[in-house]
Design a binder for this molecule. Structure first.
Ligand code: SF4
Length: 670
């Protein structure tokens, strides 16, 4: 085995540059690099992290930072593949890809996604590509004093990362070039090392300790002794050698506090300080407790295993406190795949008791109950990404999501009441899916327009490491690397299959035409266009012992209902999803037991919403309900006040919100 170009490194200090290329998210530092930087510095070595992606933002066309950031966010999205990476392709492959470059250039306009919110033309893209050599040269210039250049590659960073690696090696052959990040997971890492001779090492998987240890070996002149390191690939005997297999780190408590110094400085230099509060990433866990039990069929996360590991709540609280004190972020973006169920009390309670004045983002499982949602809100977990994905239980079962349509909608309601902002998508295109489910979802959406809409409706992608990829035959899939990679790499299909993360299929059972989604897509668009954060169009409030429902949903209102007698109990009993038998049981017993908070709410004088239509009464007694429950429920269902799934019911109106929650959206600045 040899080190970089066979050079033996003298013992002593060593200077490490870590580089975060375009198109890594610009509003957020890299958590992985921040942990590596802390680990390298703690061993006494010099380390600086370069946010090349932020420098690149300034290279984009636009009349100021805000529009450049807007364009960067577009380029950072999947619809811009392969154009985003292709900007750097000429540097990487030169004339090797002349034919494909010519083909792409000719069809460039058809590759630019339609309906862009910003002006971005074919000429802009070609200008960027022409300017790429200078952009890479400017980044390369900054690396002169460093011995080891560690470059991150995740999602659309691959071609820019490789272009930089090639330029650095051409200028300083003795520098050691290392590639790491999610694009090096599984067979992708060894394939990259095999295809690109200017890379000296590739690291794959969770290398929080292995990479700093590697730097220590280099500093000691032990570049030959790396085969016991986890996740490393190196050159040996004209081929590729590897160290210990990548494996998930078991004890997260021992990880260093991430080092965000360089990001904070880079952000200030670029001028992002003026653009809003600082947002920093942290992680309280790795893996996915749900995926370990039942891997969602489309999920390609956690290449090295779903096994769930978490920091103790005490340890993580201390980390949050330290980062808040040191950097003063306004927002902490949790990189966890899923929030631990223990954290709802162990961690969130501590945050509630010791308000640190910072907001959190977490990915959560969608089937939380109202109490959990309230706890999230009180702890300022103000933005969450729940795994909603669909409003069809059959489709959710098909993707093994472990939630139901009614639970998903309940979460939308709790979030609206508690002031939690959501980010979620609807997905379609699952192998064997039932088309009629999308038509029935489209019919239901007008009743939901008071709740936060999805970001969009997208066909699923087939990702490496997902069950659809690893068990393709079971789903009748014949997957091959997305044809988009043809425009980025000059390799055979076999090599592309080892390099790609996104795959495509033409198997039966997967709808290639999208017409069956048209109606649902139109309903989602309508929902997005009419949704207002500040003003909820379907609310309820107490009026004595009655409930007044004010309905101004675009396709159902304006109407106003007065619920009386046991209709009041039904609305309150179905605040959480409840089965018909559960309702009958409650009616048979004590009916609707109002808790203390509800009684207080009743006693508070609410001004009823202004009259907007003739008030309609919905009233039935407990005896009438017990005698003919379906007739009693029909009036509420027809009015769009109850969502029905099978024999389960969910009240849709949102309690008239307190102004405090409305304020939250502005505090967050989103
Ligand atoms: S999609 Fe989310 S919940 Fe499902 S396995 Fe992946 S990380 Fe876990």
């Amino acid at each position: 085995m040899s080190g970089a170009n066979g050079s033996a490194r003298p013992p002593g200090n060593i200077a490490v540059a870590l580089v975060y290329p375009p198109y890594g998210p610009a509003g957020l530092p890299s958590l992985g690099l921040a942990i590596l930087s802390a680990g390298i510095k703690s061993r006494g070595f010099t380390c600086r992290t370069f946010y090349w992606n932020l420098d690149f933002v300034r290279e984009l066309p636009g009349d100021g930072l805000a529009s450049q950031m807007g364009l960067y966010r577009l380029l950072n999205g999947r619809p811009f593949l392969p154009l985003n990476e292709w900007v750097f392709g000429g540097l990487l492959h030169g004339h090797e890809m002349a034919d494909r470059d010519a083909e792409l250039t000719q069809r460039l306009e058809s590759f630019i996604p339609p309906d862009l919110p910003l002006e971005f033309t074919k000429c802009d893209l070609l200008r960027l590509r022409d300017g790429a050599p200078d952009i890479v040269a400017r980044m390369t210039d900054q690396l002169e004093i460093y011995d080891v250049i560690g470059i991150n590659s995740t999602f659309f960073q691959n071609v820019p990362a490789l272009a930089l690696a090639k330029a650095v090696k051409a200028r300083w052959p003795h520098k050691i070039i290392v590639l790491g990040g999610a694009n090096c997971d599984g067979p992708m890492g060894a394939t990259l090392l095999a295809q690109y001779p200017f890379l000296d090492y590739v690291f794959s998987g969770e290398v929080d300790y292995a990479f700093p240890d590697f730097i220590g070996r280099l500093a000691n002149g032990e570049c030959e002794k790396v085969s016991d390191l986890r996740g490393i690939f190196f050159r040996c005997d004209g081929g590729i050698g590897h160290g210990l297999a990548p494996a998930p780190l078991q004890d997260l408590n021992g990880l260093p506090i991430p080092d965000f110094e360089d990001y904070v400085a880079a952000r200030r230099d670029v001028g992002l300080d003026a653009n809003g509060g600082l947002c920093l990433p942290l992680e309280s866990s790795r893996g996915c407790w749900w995926g370990a039990k039942q891997h969602c069929t489309f999920c390609g996360l956690n290449a090295n295993g779903m096994g769930y590991r978490q920091k103790s709540a005490d340890r993580f609280y201390a980390e949050v406190e330290t980062v808040v004190k040191r950097f003063g972020p306004r927002f902490l973006f949790m990189a966890d795949n899923i929030l631990s169920m223990n954290y709802y009390h162990d961690f969130l309670d501590r945050i509630i008791d010791n308000d640190l004045g910072v907001h959190f983002f977490y990915e959560i499982k969608a089937n939380v109950n109202r109490k959990q949602a309230e706890r999230l809100a009180r702890a300022r977990v103000t933005l969450v990404q729940p795994g909603i994905e669909s409003f069809s239980t059959r489709i959710l079962q098909r993707m093994r999501k472990g939630t139901t349509a009614i639970r998903n909608i309940a979460l939308l309601k709790y979030a609206r009441e508690c002031g939690i902002l959501l980010t979620y998508n609807l997905l379609a295109g699952f192998p064997g899916e039932e088309r009629e489910e999308y038509a029935s979802m489209a019919e239901q959406l007008p009743a939901l327009t008071h709740l936060q809409p999805p970001n969009g409706l997208s066909p699923i992608e087939f990702h490496r490491f997902s069950p659809y990829h690893s068990d393709a035959a079971k789903y009748g899939l014949h997957l091959q690397a997305s044809p988009k990679y043809r425009y980025l790499y000059p390799f055979s299909n076999d090599v592309l299959d080892n390099l790609a993360y996104v795959f495509e299929t033409c198997a039966e059972g997967v709808e290639s035409d999208q017409e069956y989604l048209d109606e649902l897509r139109a309903q989602v668009k309508f929902w997005q266009q009419h949704f207002e954060f500040e003003c909820c169009p379907l609310t309820w409030c107490w009026s004595g012992s009655d409930i007044i429902v004010d309905d101004r949903r675009p396709r159902l209102g304006p109407r106003r209902y007065r619920l009386r007698d046991f209709a009041v109990a039904v609305l309150r009993l179905t605040d959480d999803p409840r089965s018909l038998s559960g309702l009958i049981e409650a009616a048979d017993g004590n009916g609707c037991n109002l808790d203390e908070a509800e009684v207080m709410a009743m006693l508070t004088t609410f001004s009823p919403p202004p009259a907007c239509a003739e008030e309609q009464a919905i009233a039935f007694t407990k005896a009438e309900f017990l005698q003919d429950s379906s007739a009693c429920l029909t009036a509420m269902i027809k009015a769009g006040l109850l969502y029905v799934e099978g024999e389960s019911y969910l009240a849709l109106p949102v309690r008239r919100s307190s102004p405090e929650y409305a304020k939250r959206w502005y505090e967050l600045g989103i």
